[in-house]
Design a protein around this ligand. Structure first.
Ligand code: V1S
Ligand code: CA
Ligand code: ZN
Length: 393
């Protein structure tokens, strides 16, 4: 019976920890960890769990987090009092130094556990790829691409992607990092800025001073010195509001196809932030579930082992739709999933918001005006292809 659902060859593993989903950033904060519960509920309702290896992940250890993050930062993260408790009079400057406790990165209850679970799922996924027990390993609870060595940023405290890639580098010579979150993957780019073993490619909305984090211009391609091994190994694809599935798909295939030929990665790390979907609370793009999923499908078609991470995504029902659809792509059953979300799906009422017959591939949100001209997109592809002339193995 398994053979009907599970296509030949590919083993997919799904890494999650239901405890992570119970944490709260605060009532008005856009990041809602329960979107992971909603995602898992759809995945289960469609019967996809039977076609994957499912793991409840452990928390990452202090030593594992320490392979990227500084000890003083981790120590403070582990002991900082939650916001509603008396302030730490001994450490007045630390919250400022580490960017903890503001509105973007609040000190909520159980923060350290939440971070260790997110990192644990990404590390477990990377290890399954390393020991070749999995061809595609999925960690929707990861993808927190803004965290720095000693600083929280943009809802991210621990950079689980950097930890996962460091793990992959122990077993594979070259890692291609691809980031389709609407924000620039600055933390991952910075961590691997000086190495030619990791190539980072981020697609994002770019409008410095207006849109977070303000970095990731077309000309930011790694260290300027040719003597630095990381030169030309950062690719940035700065976009404007309202990009469509068609334009994004063309860009993605032109850029990732060529990057794959030049860099010849041994493994792919794909951050699938769902805030690039239409109707996102923070995002500005017009991507539909199909267009977002097409990026996953294209990466899968390259036939290289892959770790898939989550990331941003602030309209929970759409995040769950996209990540359930992309789980189906990983398994290879996207054309077999029934159109209407199963009536028995727990949380189905969240999807009734759109229509009484909700589907995964719903038209999402009101479209925004498209500010991306074909001429500009062609210029971007030309620039990237020029960069890739310097990259070769
Ligand atoms: N855009 C945006 C945005 N919205 C918020 C926010 C809103 C309400 C709250 F209660 C708390 C925060 N913060 C921001 C951005 C950060 C976006 C992070 C995206 C993360 C990711 O999807 O890439 C990966 C998980 N922060 C800012 O724009 C910074 C400010 C400059 C303006 C907003 N204020 C609240 C903080 C400072
Ligand atoms: Ca991005
Ligand atoms: Zn984002």
């Amino acid at each position: 019976e398994y053979d009907i659902v599970r296509p030949k060859g590919k083993t997919v593993s799904f890494h999650a920890n239901p405890e992570m989903e119970k944490h709260h950033f605060g009532q008005t904060h856009p990041m809602k960890p329960w979107r992971l519960t909603l995602t898992k509920s759809l995945v289960t309702s469609y019967g996809m769990t039977f076609a994957m290896d499912n793991y409840t992940t452990r928390t990452a250890t202090y030593e594992e987090l320490n392979s990227f993050h500084a000890s003083d930062y981790l120590d403070y993260l582990a002991t900082a009092p939650p916001e509603d408790q008396p302030r730490d009079v001994d450490n007045p400057d630390k919250e400022v130094k580490f960017n903890l406790g503001g509105s973007d990165c609040p000190l909520f209850h159980g923060l350290y556990d939440y971070c260790s679970m997110s990192a644990g799922s990404s590390l477990d996924a990377a290890r399954k790829i390393c020991n070749q027990q999995s061809d595609i390993a999925i960690a929707w609870g990861g993808g927190l691409h803004h965290a720095k060595r000693s600083e929280a940023s943009g809802f991210c405290y621990i950079n689980d992607i950097v930890l996962g890639i460091l793990q992959l580098l122990r077993c594979y010579p070259r890692v291609l990092y691809i980031d389709i979150d609407v924000h620039h993957g600055d933390g991952v780019e910075e961590a691997f800025f000086s190495t030619d073993r990791v190539m980072t490619v981020s697609f994002h909305k770019y409008q410095p001073e207006v849109f977070f984090p303000g970095t990731g211009g077309l000309d930011d391609n790694g260290p300027k010195s040719e003597h630095n091994q990381g030169a030309h190994h950062a690719i940035n694809v700065p976009l404007n509001d309202g990009i469509t599935d068609e334009q994004y798909g063309w860009l993605f295939e032109s850029i990732i196809g060529k990057t794959n030929e030049s860099f010849r990665p041994s493994v792919i790390a794909l951050q699938c932030g769902a805030d690039s979907l239409a109707g996102d609370r923070l995002g500005r793009f017009n991507l539909q579930v199909q267009g977002h999923g097409a990026c996953v499908n294209f990466c899968k078609s390259l036939g290289i082992p892959m770790v898939i991470f989550g990331g941003g995504g602030y309209t929970p029902r759409n995040v769950a739709r996209a990540w359930a659809y992309e789980t189906a792509i990983a398994i290879g059953c996207q054309s077999k999933i029934p159109e209407v979300i199963p009536a028995h799906a727990p949380w189905r009422e969240h999807f009734i918001h759109d229509t009484i017959f909700p589907t995964l591939e719903q038209i999402l949100g009101e479209p925004r005006a498209n500010r991306n001209t074909q001429k500009r997109l062609q210029e971007i592809v030309m620039h990237v292809h020029e960069q890739l002339r310097f990259v070769g193995h």
